[in-house]
Design a protein around this ligand. Structure first.
Ligand code: ZN
Length: 171
């Protein structure tokens, strides 16, 4: 059985993105000996089926037009249109399920940097990685030559390893 048959959710996430190639890259880069534990979801209903345990997750964000983010600490960055990947960790109550369902909510009070992006997104997809560590996922994604840090300090204020937890995909 091919991996894509095993993961029908993957197809749905890919179909929501402007270029399904990014999901194939995610699939490859998040696959290791724990590969069968990666779970993809394309909307909030699917996210509600994720486990409420800790780990890391990736949110794929498609901006169909450029956005200026009102984050003065980061110099109000101008974000070009395109596909972004945000890597986060879920350690609090509700685990991965709580975090990822929040990212899919369109109405929310902006609390984190990433909320500006998810509110502006034309499409979102997510990949849950139970038990994974966010910085390891960032380094693994950076192995792909088409993925690079988007905005220095974005989502990585408490991180000493990564320059950004928001990555930009430029195929
Ligand atoms: Zn990090």
């Amino acid at each position: 059985m091919s991996k894509h048959t095993a993961y029908p959710e993957l197809k749905r996430v890919a179909s929501a993105m402007p270029d399904p190639q990014i999901i194939a890259i995610l699939d490859r880069l998040t696959s290791d000996d724990k590969a069968d534990r990666a779970m993809f979801c394309a909307d909030r209903t699917q996210a509600l089926d994720l486990p409420s345990i800790g780990g890391a997750y990736i949110v794929a964000i498609w901006l169909d037009q450029p956005q200026k983010l009102p984050i003065s600490r980061l110099g109000n960055p101008e974000m070009p249109a395109g596909v972004y990947l945000y890597v986060g960790s879920a350690c609090g109550p509700g685990g991965i399920r709580a975090r990822v369902t929040r990212h899919f909510r369109t109405k929310k009070i902006v609390h984190w940097h990433i909320d500006h992006m998810t509110k502006a997104a034309a499409a979102l997809g997510a990949c849950a990685l139970p038990g994974a560590k966010e910085c390891e996922i960032v380094s693994r994604l950076a192995l792909d030559g088409s993925i690079c840090p988007a905005v220095k300090g974005f989502g990585s204020s408490d991180c000493r390893n990564c320059s950004s937890h928001l990555l930009f995909w430029s195929p």
